[in-house]
Design a protein around this ligand. Structure first.
Ligand SMILES: [Fe+2]
Ligand SMILES: [Fe+2]
Length: 168
């Protein structure tokens, strides 16, 4: 449990620390693991691409901490932890031979995660604007735009895999 949150500024810093944890976890563990797990070549490419974007998200957030003169401490996200657990459990239920269904499941989890990131950045941007931190808002918007494009790609990959699955 961290310190008390009693202002918009404190709420912003708290949410920012949680997002730093999320982006670092995605960049260092989740996306590299996912890249090895997926079978479909296009999906693998998308994960690879978003991994490199996610590394930039971490750097961007670290820059935001510099801009507001706050130490870049990370706070754990129960949402990402829960999503990860749900993913691991689902994977155990799908046969290792059923590559297409496993990939389809991956795309659904990716989609959920991008929605979570998008909601988090929208909230952060709103707070940054309220605090008059325009440079911070600009940096956060860069990340947001890439999450939105990752979401669209994951949805397209999901539709493609589903079409293939239905045809098979
Ligand atoms: Fe991200
Ligand atoms: Fe993302």
């Amino acid at each position: 449990m961290g310190e008390k949150i009693e202002s918009v500024q404190a709420l912003f810093e708290h949410d920012l620390k949680t997002m730093l944890w999320v982006e670092r976890k995605l960049a260092d563990e989740v996306l590299p693991e996912l890249r090895e797990m997926v079978h479909d070549a296009d999906l693998k490419h998308d994960v690879e691409h978003h991994l490199s974007e996610t590394k930039a998200h971490v750097r961007n957030l670290e820059r935001v901490f510099e801009l507001i003169h706050v130490k870049p401490e990370a706070e754990q996200s129960e949402v990402l932890k829960g999503l990860r657990k749900q993913h691991d459990e689902g994977m155990k239920m799908i046969s290792e031979d059923d590559e297409a269904l496993r990939d389809l499941f991956h795309t659904h989890v990716i989609t959920k995660n991008e929605h979570v990131e998008i909601a988090a950045y929208n909230g952060l941007i709103e707070l940054a604007e309220q605090l008059g931190e325009e440079d911070v808002a600009i940096a956060l918007r860069e990340n947001l735009e890439q999450e939105e494009s990752a979401l669209r790609k994951a949805e397209a990959a999901s539709r493609k895999l589903l079409r293939e699955e239905v045809r098979a």
